[in-house]
Every structure is written in structure tokens, then in C-alpha cells.
Design a protein around this ligand. Structure first.
Ligand code: BTN
Length: 305
């Protein structure tokens, strides 16, 4: 069974029904040992010591699992969270073979990037999910500011942009029971030191990296450490329901407000509009061409020239 879990962690192989049953009874410590087995393969540049050395957090990053390659840190995080992993557990991989982006898209994750997921047990209702994503976006923006990138902006809901190019994406996945969110997995992908020309051609012109913007390679471990700290700091505000404060931080860095956009909602509903702002729930407030106002909770928003 252990072999099956290891395969799942590495290559998303399916688990047998027996193995799934067995996992439900497994102690988290045993499970963690299996995870460590996979994680014991030497990594090239992500090093736990360098992340935790000086890490100033109480909860976020107390448990960190680092992998050389997995299919998706979000999948591992989901699997771990369902098997008792603690609030604030972090999963990081140097490479992902089947990473997930928003709206069912794939996410390119070659070596040189920062691909991580955080497990949270927030005990809030479903309506707070958009706010969790926006909060994470602010944490990434603050991280970039601390490493010297002062002009990062947040494109609703969750893309970090520098000079009109995307440098980071965030994928929030909730595990809900009735109306209460039991667990939330926050996946963050930052294009740190990777070579943009190694990405598929259609992504190249719209993508930038931290090293291109700074003119030198960044220390991925330092960026991760700073991000975990910023995430915990703003997470405390979230837990204290200081949403207006978080939204103020988001608005200050908004890439979307004041722009003409094409809103693409799930189920192929498209329309153009002008972005007026962001609401208390974290929805984008758009004035449609006919003057009506719309709150967009989920979907995509393409900036029009
Ligand atoms: C987007 O489409 O902009 C969201 C991209 C999210 C990518 C990250 S990388 C770490 C985590 N694992 C995944 O499979 N996806 C997220």
C-alpha cells in the first residue's frame, strides 16, 4: 500500500479501493513517514533548512514537506488534509508534472519556480472563499515588495502582474461540508528563476519572472520564507474578520479597477464592462455596457485595450 501512495504522490496513479480504505485508518504520523520517503529524494534548490532558518511564524510552515517532483502540490495537500494534516502545513515541489491552474487549465511548472500549497482549516462559510484568494494575493504582493519589486499589481481575482505580465497565479480549492468549509488548499505558483522561453509559445509574451524583473536570480528559499510570514500576518487579519483592511491593501495594488474588461463567467457567459471596484465579499464590481451593475464572484476577466 505504501508503494501505491508513493506512486500516487509522484505520478497520480490511481489507488485501489483497498488502499483508499486503508488510508482512512492510517495515523497521520505513519502517513507523514511515507510522504517523507518521497520527499527524501535530494532536491536541487528548495531546502527546508534555508526556509525554516529564521522563519518567523507560529502556524504556517510548522510542517513543511518538500518534493523534487510531484504531479501537483494541491493534490498532495488535499490528500494530506484528508488524512489529518495540521492547519498551516506547507507542501513544496521543485517541479510539477500535472499542475492545475484556474478554470480547469493546466499550469506550467518547470524547475526554477516556486510551486507550493498551504493547508488551512479556516472554519468559515463558503462565501469567504473569494476573500481567501484575495488575501493570498496581497500576501504575495507584499512578498514581492520585500524582495525589491515595488510595482507588482493584482489582477482580479488572483494574478500577480508586473509591467502587464503575469508572474504568479493562485488556485484556491475548498473541501466543504454543508455550508462550512472544512479545509482550504491554497496553491501558489511563482515564476521565480525559470526561463520563459521554456514555456509553451502562447504563454511567453504574457509571462515574466522574478529574476527578469530584478535583473538577478532570486533565492527561492528566501522568497518562500518571506511569503509564509506575510501569509501568516495577513491570515491573522482574516481570522479577526478585518476584511475591509485587507480589501484596502488589495485595492491599493489593483491592476483591474478602472479598466475595460471582458468578463468570462463559467458556462460561457461573456460580456464587456468597466471595473468600478471590489465589493466587501471580494467580488469584482463591473458596470456593463447597458449601465447595469454586476458583481462577479467567479470567472475570468480579460483586460481590453
Ligand atoms: C492560475 O491559473 O493562475 C492558478 C495557478 C496555480 C498554480 C499553483 S502551483 C502550486 C499549486 N499546485 C497546483 O497544481 N496548482 C497550484
Amino acid at each position: 500500500m505504501e508503494e501505491e501512495i508513493i506512486n500516487l504522490l509522484k505520478r497520480e496513479e490511481k489507488l485501489s479501493d483497498e488502499a483508499l480504505d486503508e488510508i482512512k485508518n492510517i495515523e497521520i504520523n505513519d502517513f507523514a513517514d511515507t510522504i517523507k520517503d518521497v520527499g527524501s529524494e535530494p532536491t536541487e534548490y528548495i531546502k527546508k533548512d534555508e526556509i525554516v532558518n529564521g522563519l518567523n511564524t507560529k502556524v504556517v510552515g510548522k510542517n513543511i514537506y518538500i518534493f523534487k517532483e510531484v504531479m501537483s502540490t494541491n493534490t498532495i495537500a488535499k490528500f494530506l488534509s484528508e488524512n489529518g494534516a495540521e492547519n498551516g502545513t506547507v507542501i513544496i515541489s521543485e517541479k510539477q508534472s500535472n499542475a492545475k491552474g484556474r478554470m480547469g487549465k493546466a499550469w506550467e511548472s518547470p524547475l526554477g519556480g516556486i510551486w507550493l500549497s498551504i493547508i488551512l482549516n479556516p472554519q468559515v462559510d463558503h462565501s469567504k472563499i473569494p476573500m481567501i484568494t484575495l488575501t493570498t494575493g496581497v500576501a504575495v504582493a507584499k512578498t514581492l515588495e520585500r524582495i525589491g519589486i515595488k510595482n507588482a499589481e493584482i489582477k482580479w481575482p488572483n494574478d500577480l502582474m508586473i509591467n502587464d505580465k503575469k508572474v504568479c497565479g493562485i488556485l484556491t480549492e475548498a473541501i466543504a461540508k454543508f455550508n462550512t468549509i472544512e479545509k482550504v488548499i491554497i496553491g501558489v505558483g511563482i515564476d521565480a528563476n525559470l526561463d520563459v522561453t521554456s514555456l509553451p509559445e502562447e504563454l511567453q509574451s504574457g509571462t515574466t519572472t522574478l529574476d527578469v524583473e530584478l535583473g538577478e536570480k532570486v533565492d527561492e528559499n528566501e522568497v518562500i520564507r518571506i511569503f509564509l510570514e506575510e501569509f501568516e500576518k495577513i491570515g491573522i487579519k482574516f481570522n479577526n474578520e478585518e476584511y475591509e483592511n485587507i480589501l484596502k491593501e488589495w485595492r491599493k495594488r489593483s491592476y483591474s479597477i478602472g479598466k475595460i474588461v471582458e468578463v468570462r463567467k463559467p458556462f460561457n457567459e461573456y460580456y464587456d464592462g468597466y471595473v468600478l471596484g471590489i465589493s466587501r465579499e471580494g467580488a469584482l464590481v463591473v458596470e456593463k455596457i447597458d449601465g447595469t451593475l454586476e458583481k462577479v464572484i467567479s470567472g475570468e476577466c480579460i483586460i481590453k485595450n
